[in-house]
Design a protein around this ligand. Structure first.
Ligand code: DC
Length: 221
């Protein structure tokens, strides 16, 4: 296909969005943007600077003015410091949904995410990409995976990094985030009406990419 498009991938935590989005971007020669990393970076900034995470904090705008987010080789930088590993810990996972529910934080991140997509050729994953960030995206995908598989994936990911967490803790955190992400007032996780559904519980990445490529071909047919 000659013309580049934007591809939005949404779904609950650990449905395999970033693994798919990363591989798909590579396959298509597109840019991959992990929007969740941006919320994690803001959460990290708030924790490090002991900033009160609350709607009642009137200074959040002022605090956010100190935040510069950048991806370098798909790794998150905050004010030019690589924080990619630090934002993947349970410390951040435990507060990130509360941070991402704050309208001022969402507006801050969404504005930058939209700028990434101006020239098209972007695969972005998150919770509100098809509904809020790129409502005009040419292809929207809503990913599903069974709860058991989601917990196992996140657990394996953390184990591989040497984090000593129990499966129960992982499951509790996952369900907690699912609930907050799906029920928050401002831009909750929601399937866009025109999103295609993909359950990858039994489908590996090459299988998913093959299916998505057939969707892309049909878009332009
Ligand atoms: O995809 P992730 O688990 O790294 O996302 C971290 C948190 O950020 C998650 O709890 C939901 C939130 N998030 C969001 O609200 N909107 C997005 N577009 C991406 C992530």
């Amino acid at each position: 296909m000659l013309n580049k498009i934007n591809i939005a991938i949404d779904g609950l935590s650990s449905t395999g969005k970033s693994s798919l989005a990363k591989a798909l971007a590579k396959e298509l020669g597109y840019i991959y943007i992990d929007s969740g990393a941006m919320y994690r970076a803001v959460a990290y900034f708030f924790l490090e600077n002991k900033i009160q995470i609350s709607k009642d904090n009137q200074d959040l705008d002022k605090e956010l003015a100190q935040v510069r987010l950048k991806f370098v080789n798909q790794r998150m930088r905050l004010n030019n410091i690589d924080i990619e590993d630090a934002i993947r810990t349970m410390r951040i996972s435990n507060v990130v949904s509360e941070v991402a529910a704050l309208p001022v934080v969402r507006d801050f991140c969404v504005k930058q995410q939209q700028a990434f997509g101006i020239d098209k050729g972007v695969v972005m994953d998150g919770r509100d990409i098809g509904t809020v960030v790129f409502p005009q995206a040419e292809l929207k995908i809503f990913l599903y995976a069974s709860q058991e598989i989601r917990v196992q994936r996140r657990y394996d990911e953390l184990q591989a990094k040497g984090a000593g967490v129990s499966k129960e803790d992982v499951e509790t955190n996952l369900l907690h985030r699912d609930r907050i992400d799906s029920t928050r007032e401002y831009n909750p996780l929601k399937k866009a009406e025109d999103a295609r559904e993909l359950d990858n519980s039994q489908l590996d990445i090459p299988g998913q990419i093959e299916l998505i490529k057939s969707w892309i071909i049909n878009l332009t047919a």
